[in-house]
Write a new protein. Structure first.
Lengths: 253, 479
C-alpha cells in the first residue's frame, strides 16, 4: 500500500442505507483500516436501477441525472474515487451512457465521474493492492456467492475470493447460477424467482454447512437469506464487508 | 401453433407444477451447458484466434451481412439458381406456406419427410400440409417423439428436452413393442426402423438450413442423426425453408461459424454430419433430388433489420446456448413461453414476430443475470435487448398505470433530498410481526413473503449512524 491516503466518496446505495446498515458501517471501517479518507454525502439516494430494469426509462433518467450531479460536485480532486458496497448498483451506473445518450451534457459528466466508481472488493484488490487482512478467519468456512452483475458487468470474481483467502477463510464453491433476486423480478414473478432460489440452495449442501454465506451484493443476500430463514441451517448470511471488518459483531460467536 | 405468450403469467405457473418436466429440463440443459462450457473453454486462449476473438469476428461478419442484406440475398439467389435451385421469397408465413403447398401439389406427393426446422414451426407448416391430406413425418428423433404426441418443440435444438425418457420408453413400448428400460440408443434404433420406409416412400423432403452461403449459393445443414441428409437426398424433390438472416458471405466463413455453432449448441467440436448442398443432382451425379427449392422467409425479419436497437437479434445462429444456460428457462421449460422460440432468444425474438402486445411478458421473464449474453457465440446483447423491449412495453402503456405511477413516485423521492429523508424514516416505523421480519401491507411485500422472509426494516439508517458516530470517528482517525 502506498503512503498516499486515497480520498473515497461512498456510494452506499439506498438498499444499504435502509436495509444494510451493518454492511455499510463495515464498509467505512474497512476502508479506514486500509488507510482511506472516507466521505459520505447525505444528498445521495439511489442509482435508479429499479426503474431502469422495469423499462421506466423516464424515471430512471431523472435518478441518473441526479446521481451524476451529486457525485460530480463531490469529486474535487483528480485522485478522488467513488466506492460502493454493491456490484449491481455499480454496474447500473454504466448503463447511464446508453440511457442518457441523447444528452451530451450528461455524457460529459458521465465521462468525468463513472470511470472513478469501484465496487468495494475491486477497489481493495485492484487499486489498493492490499496484501493483509484485519481479521483471522482461520478455520472458518465461507460460501461465496457471485452476484451476476458484479461478476459479468464489472468483472468481479477473483477480488472477493482473494480477500477471503487473505483472511485465512476456507472457501466453499457452489452452483454459480443466479439466486433469482433480480430486483423487481423477484416480486413480479415470485414463483420463478423462488424456484431459482431453491435450486441454488438445494444444489450444494456443503455450501449450506459453511459458517458464512457472503457476497458483494445485498440484493442477492436478501434473497438468499430470505430463503435460508425458512430452512433449518446454521449458515449466517453477511455482506463481505462485515466478514472482513474486525469491529463487526458477526465475529463474536 | 397458436401463440399463448399473452397468458405467460398463468401458463408459467402451471408449468412450474410439472415436476417431472422440470427435472428433465434442468438435467438436459445443465448437461449440454456444461459440455458447451468445456468445448468453448478449450478454445479460450489469449492468442488472436481464441474463442473470444472468434465471437467478435462472427458478430462482425453477421453485422456486415445485415448492413447490406438485400445484396447478399441477391448474390445467394443468383448463385443458387445458377446451380439449378429454384428460389422463392416469402414475405410472411402465409406466403411461405403457399409457396410450399404449390410445389408439393405440382409433385402429386402423398408422403413428405421433414428434418428439423424451427421456421416450419414458425409458419405452422405441418398443420397446413396435413389439412391438405399429406402424411408428414418428422424424422429428427426428438421431433418424431413430439409428433406422436401432437406436441410442439420446447427448445430450438433439443425439441423434446422436456420429456422424461421414461415417458418415451412407455410410448415406444405401446406403439412399437420396444422394451421398457430401453436405452436412448435402442429408442433411436426403433425410430429409425419405423421411419426408414417413409424415407423410401416420400416424394418430397423438407429441411431447414443453418447457413445460406452467398458466394456459392449453398445451404448448409448440421445435424447428428443423419436424417437431414436423407431428407435432402432421397426424395425426388427437396424444399429448404430458411430465414433470410441465415446468410454468411462466403464459404471461407463457414469453418468459423461451424466451429462456434457445434460447440455452442451441443458442446461438440463438430457435429456428426455437415451437409453443404449446392443445387439439385447434376447429370453426372448418381444420387440426390431432381429438384431443389429454397424458400427464403422474411416474416417480420425485415422489421428487426430496420430497427437499430433490435438488429443484433438477426445475428442469431440458433445454437440455443442462451437457452441452456438460462436459469429461468431451466425452471419453467420452453412451453411456458407460449410459442416457437423460447428462452432468452425467444424472449427477445417473439415480441417482434408476434407483436409486443402479444408477448410483452416474455422480456420480463428474466432476472437480467446476463448468463445468456455471456455465452452467445455472436455476441447478441440479449440482456440489453430484454430491457429495450421492457422500455417499449412501458412506452406502449402495456404494463399498467399503477406501475407507472409507482415508478414516477420512486423517481420523485430519489431526486429530492427532503422526500428521500422522509420516506426512508417512514419506512422504519412500519410494523414488523416478530421483530425479525417485516410486515408491510403492500403487494410487493406480500409477494416476496409468500416464499421468503424479509428482515424487519427498523433502527437507524446508515446516514443516521454516519452522523452520530462515523463522521466524527473519521475526523479523529484523520487527525
Amino acid at each position: 500500500m502506498s503512503i498516499f491516503k486515497p480520498r473515497v466518496h461512498l456510494f452506499i446505495t439506498c438498499v444499504a442505507d435502509r436495509l444494510g446498515v451493518h454492511a455499510a458501517e463495515s464498509t467505512v471501517n474497512l476502508l479506514r483500516l486500509y488507510g482511506c479518507d472516507v466521505h459520505f454525502s447525505d444528498l445521495q439516494s439511489c442509482c435508479g436501477q429499479p426503474a431502469y430494469n422495469a423499462g421506466h426509462h423516464d424515471a430512471a433518467k431523472q435518478v441518473a441525472r441526479y446521481w451524476l450531479a451529486t457525485y460530480d460536485k463531490l469529486l474535487t480532486d483528480a485522485n478522488d474515487i467513488i466506492v460502493t458496497p454493491s456490484g449491481s448498483c455499480g454496474a447500473m451506473l454504466h448503463h447511464y451512457k446508453d440511457l442518457l445518450a441523447d444528452e451530451p451534457d450528461q455524457i460529459a459528466v458521465y465521462d468525468r465521474v463513472v470511470p472513478r466508481v469501484r465496487e468495494l472488493t475491486q477497489f481493495l484488490i485492484d487499486d489498493l493492492a492490499v496484501t493483509e487482512s484485519f481479521v483471522d478467519l482461520g478455520g472458518v468456512t465461507v460460501a461465496y456467492h457471485d452476484s451476476c452483475h458484479a461478476m459479468r458487468n464489472l468483472g468481479v470474481y477473483e477480488q472477493p475470493r482473494n480477500l477471503l483467502k487473505l483472511s485465512g477463510a476456507s472457501l466453499v464453491e457452489w452452483d454459480s447460477s443466479c439466486c433469482g433476486f433480480g430486483g423487481l423480478f423477484s416480486v413480479k414473478l415470485p414463483q420463478i424467482s423462488t424456484a431459482m432460489l431453491d435450486r441454488k440452495l438445494d444444489s450444494v449442501t456443503d455450501a449450506l454447512s459453511a459458517d458464512f454465506l457472503t457476497s458483494t451484493d445485498l440484493g442477492c443476500l436478501l434473497q438468499l437469506d430470505g430463503g435460508l430463514q425458512r430452512r433449518s441451517t446454521r449458515i449466517k448470511t453477511v455482506h463481505i464487508a462485515e466478514l472482513l471488518d474486525p469491529a463487526n459483531r458477526v465475529h463474536t460467536k | 401453433m397458436t401463440p399463448t405468450s399473452k397468458s405467460f403469467k398463468d401458463i408459467h405457473e402451471t408449468e412450474l407444477t410439472k415436476f417431472d418436466m422440470r427435472a428433465a429440463v434442468l438435467r438436459g440443459t445443465s448437461t449440454v451447458d456444461a459440455r458447451r462450457k468445456t468445448a468453448c473453454t478449450e478454445l479460450d486462449t489469449d492468442d488472436p484466434s481464441g474463442y473470444q476473438a472468434m465471437r467478435t469476428r462472427a458478430a462482425s461478419i453477421k453485422d456486415a451481412v445485415l448492413a447490406d442484406l438485400p445484396s447478399y440475398l441477391e448474390e445467394f439467389a443468383n448463385n443458387a439458381e445458377a446451380a439449378g435451385a429454384t428460389i422463392h421469397f416469402a414475405a410472411d408465413a402465409a406466403d411461405a406456406r403457399a409457396s410450399i403447398q404449390n410445389i408439393i401439389r405440382s409433385k402429386g406427393a402423398k408422403v413428405i419427410v421433414k428434418s428439423k426446422s424451427m421456421v416450419s414451426e414458425e409458419i405452422d407448416l405441418n398443420a397446413a400440409l396435413e389439412l391438405d391430406g399429406y402424411r408428414v413425418i418428422e424424422t429428427d428423433l426428438g421431433e418424431f417423439i413430439l409428433q406422436l404426441e401432437h406436441e410442439h418443440p420446447s427448445h430450438i435444438v433439443l425439441p423434446a428436452v422436456h420429456k422424461p425418457k421414461v415417458e418415451v420408453e412407455r410410448m415406444f413400448n405401446k406403439l412399437y413393442d420396444s422394451p421398457i428400460g430401453a436405452s436412448a440408443d435402442q429408442l433411436a434404433q426403433t425410430a429409425r426402423r419405423v421411419i426408414r420406409q417413409d424415407f423410401l416412400d416420400a416424394e418430397v423432403g423438407i429441411s431447414g438450413g443453418n447457413f445460406l452461403v452467398a458466394d456459392t449459393g449453398s445451404i448448409v445443414i448440421v445435424e447428428n442423426e443423419g436424417n437431414a441428409r436423407l431428407t435432402t437426398s432421397l426424395p425426388k424433390c427437396h424444399i429448404a425453408i430458411v430465414g433470410i438472416e441465415k446468410i454468411i458471405p462466403s464459404i471461407d466463413d463457414l469453418p468459423l461459424f461451424l466451429n462456434l455453432l457445434s460447440r455452442s449448441a451441443t458442446g461438440q467440436r463438430s457435429t456428426v454430419f455437415v451437409s453443404t448442398i449446392t443445387g439439385p443432382k447434376t447429370s453426372d451425379e448418381p444420387d440426390g433430388p431432381d429438384e431443389m427449392h429454397i424458400v427464403l422467409v422474411d416474416n417480420r425479419r425485415s422489421t428487426i433489420l430496420a430497427d437499430e436497437k433490435l438488429r443484433p437479434i438477426l445475428r442469431c445462429i440458433r445454437c440455443a446456448a442462451c437457452v441452456n444456460t438460462c436459469p429461468v428457462y431451466q425452471q419453467i421449460g420452453g412451453h411456458a413461453y407460449g410459442w416457437v422460440y423460447s428462452g432468452p432468444i425467444g424472449a427477445i425474438l417473439d415480441p417482434v414476430l408476434l407483436g409486443l402486445e402479444n408477448a410483452y411478458h416474455l422480456p420480463y421473464a428474466s432476472s437480467l443475470c446476463g448468463a445468456c449474453t455471456e455465452v452467445c457465440p455472436v455476441k447478441i446483447p440479449i440482456d440489453d435487448i430484454l430491457v429495450e423491449h421492457r422500455k417499449r412495453a412501458v412506452t406502449a402503456s402495456l404494463t399498467g398505470s399503477l406501475e407507472a405511477m409507482a415508478m414516477a413516485s420512486f423517481a420523485t423521492v430519489m431526486v429530492n433530498h427532503n422526500l428521500y429523508e422522509a420516506a426512508t424514516r417512514l419506512a422504519a416505523v412500519m410494523p414488523s410481526s416478530n421483530g425479525r421480519t417485516s410486515r408491510l401491507p403492500l403487494p410487493v411485500i406480500t409477494d416476496w413473503q409468500s416464499s421468503r422472509d424479509l428482515p424487519a426494516i427498523k433502527g437507524p439508517r446508515f446516514r443516521d449512524v454516519w452522523k452520530q458516530r462515523l463522521a466524527a470517528a473519521g475526523a479523529n482517525h484523520g487527525a
